[in-house]
Design a binder for this molecule. Sequence first.
Ligand code: SF4
Length: 79
Amino acid sequence: MSAVEITWRQRGACNGLDPAVFFPDSEESADEAKAICHICPVRLSCLEHALATRERDGVWGGTTERERRRIIRQRRRSA
Ligand code: SF4
C-alpha cells in the first residue's frame, strides 16, 4: 500500500466505523454506507482507487459494485 493510499484511507469518513456497513448484503441495503461516503472528504480518491483496482465487493466512494461497473462502461465508451 502506498503512502498516498494510506493517507486518504485514514482521512475517510468510514475510518473506525464498522466495516460491515460498507459490505452490505445487497445493492439495496447500501444506503447507510452511501450516506457516509456522501460526506467523506476523500470520496473521489476512494472511488478512483476502487475503479482502478476493480474492487468487486462493497461500497467505495459512494458506489456499489454494480454502479462502478456502469462507470467503467461509460468511461470506455467515451474514451
Ligand atoms: S468514500 Fe466511503 S468508503 Fe471511501 S473512504 Fe470515504 S467513507 Fe470510506
